[in-house]
Design a protein around this ligand. Sequence first.
Ligand SMILES: [Zn+2]
Length: 308
Amino acid sequence: MKTLKILSFLLFLGPLSVPSLGQDRPPIIDMHMHIGAPLNLPAGAPAPCLPQPCIRKGQATATPSDNLEKTLEAMERYNIVKGFLSGLDLNELRKWAEEAPDRFILSPFIHEPEKADPEELRQQLEAKSLAGIGEIGSQLVGIAPNDPRLEPYFALAEEFDVPVLIHTEGIGPPVPGFRSAAGSPLLLEEVMVSHPKLRIFVENTGYPYLDEMIAMMYQYPQLYGDLSTITWIIPRSAFYDYLKRLMEAGLGKRLMFGSDQMRWPEMIGKGVEAIKEADFLTGDQKRDILHDNAANFLQMDSESKGQQ
Ligand SMILES: [Zn+2]
């Protein structure tokens, strides 16, 4: 009996001794997740960092299943209730969804647009086994967002009214085909005009093309931005400077957290902390970025209303 009392007292104390886990765990939506990385790196390799020289941190997971397990652990720890999950391998995507039903929005990674198959994607969107388009990562092979080869994917996203993530910014992985110049957010303009109903969001809110991104977001209210890799890949001061200026421009209702964890699930926590530790944001602004803006963008309210 006495042992039981001590045990329950210890259980009672438990959460108090770990405050970040115990009490305040509001739900988070991660708008930028991957089943792996486009980089061919050995297990344990540290994550990239910018600008060089810089100290790389983290340890790449060894296998896809290791990546899945550690990603789910991090989601549990930070109460991430939904993830926009992108991958080239549609079977692997499905495996993640089976492991964690209702946790992921499955979406095909589009790398070289000629190699993807819009007709197959159409069937999967119709069957609802996919519910997004992208990340469109064709900037990694030097293809700009206004390239006609991407047109079928934007058309599909608009037709099925699903969210699209695109890598349109100045920075990217160290691959030979990547071109910074193909990432100016202004290159999205013709896409926005041709597809006015597109629900599209830009990786890292176009970093570091601040002025171009503000212009596009002012002009096209359906355009959102994520705060993903820049929460951990660039110096914290550079991330905060960018975020502050986006907030001052009045865009705080259209910025969404994303981890872009690739093969480094520990970056999920680093990304969340970077938002939580931003002392220039109010509690409401943090909640918007970590959850509410994405819930609006994903139309989660109307979805659940539709189910009632
Ligand atoms: Zn990505």
